[in-house]
Design a protein around this ligand. Structure first.
Ligand code: GTP
Ligand code: MG
Length: 264
């Protein structure tokens, strides 16, 4: 418990036997529940996670998002959920900075930004840095939100997380959460976090296949969400009796006014 808030941590882990014990060991003592979701590791990740005091679950389907969804389904009604990678790239002891704004009702979602914080040389590959930058520019263009990173180390109020109805089962997980938060007006902020070179073998950013698949999926989620949003907005306008072809580009702001008008 932290200031009367029950805190849960979800760690997706695939073959992280060398790091998982260190990650769990450095999680602050006020965390109530640690759930490690294993994606079919062939090493001792599960055993080590259990020995370190976490609940270790199996998700047979590969994918970061699939692991996160399994973790969420297993939670015991926390107030705040923190996502953390199992490769020791993040600094678990920085968790207080992520949950405090939620506890103080200043935000419902807090993203740890490795761009605002200090990333050790080589911890973020150039492709990863560029991909994050591009994704953030596109989110700003489509939804007017200013993020600097798609960092995996993040905290969100449990009720907000449930309302987002997360679906992505692999690399689109982080961007989906940020887009949905923007679309639904979730109060969010970023805090600087440090980032270091991972322990163990890279699965995404250090492999060509991982970089291409992750990059393509992230862009796909952004453009699909933008297209679906535009479609929804046009329907809203049509219902309100406004012809979308004669109107300037849409903003969320205008949609809100349109729906209010309709009610009156
Ligand atoms: N790639 C991948 N990672 C998974 C999966 N399930 C869980 N993970 C974990 O998700 C976290 C993030 O994956 P990483 O491999 O660290 O990805 P990354 O940080 O983008 O890039 P690298 O650290 O360079 O590999 C780690 O804790 C992985 O062990 C899965 O099915 N695929
Ligand atoms: Mg990593």
């Amino acid at each position: 418990m932290k200031d009367n808030h029950k805190i849960a941590v979800i760690i997706p882990a695939l073959n992280e036997e060398r790091s998982i014990g260190k990650v769990i060991g450095e999680i602050p003592a006020w965390v109530d529940e640690i759930v490690v979701v294993d994606n079919g590791s062939s090493d001792r990740t599960m055993e080590i996670a259990r020995a370190a005091g976490a609940r270790a679950l199996q998700e047979p389907e590969r994918g970061y998002g699939a692991a996160c969804l399994t973790g969420i389904a297993a939670l015991r009604a926390p107030d705040i959920v923190v996502f953390l990678d199992g490769d020791y790239s993040d600094y678990p002891e920085e968790m207080a900075a992520l949950v405090q704004p939620i506890i103080e009702d200043q935000a419902d979602m807090v993203i740890g930004s490795r761009v605002l914080g200090k990333a050790e040389r080589g911890a973020l590959s150039p492709q990863q840095a560029f991909g994050n930058w591009l994704a953030c520019r596109l989110m700003r263009l489509f939804w007017g939100v200013r993020y600097t990173d798609l960092g995996p180390f993040r905290a969100i109020r449990y009720s907000t997380l449930q309302s987002l109805e997360m679906r992505d089962r692999n690399y689109g997980w982080t961007v989906e959460m940020q887009i949905k938060a923007a679309q639904r007006g979730v109060g969010s902020r970023e805090v600087p976090v440090r980032y270091r070179r991972r322990i163990g073998k890279s699965k995404v950013s250090g492999t060509l296949r991982g970089v291409i698949s992750a990059g393509a999926k992230i862009l796909f989620v952004i453009f699909l969400s933008a297209w679906e949003g535009r479609f929804r907005e046009n329907n809203l306008l049509r219902n309100a009796g406004i012809n979308e072809t004669s109107t300037p580009p849409l903003t969320l702001h205008r949609i809100k006014r349109v729906s209010t008008c309709k009610k009156e």
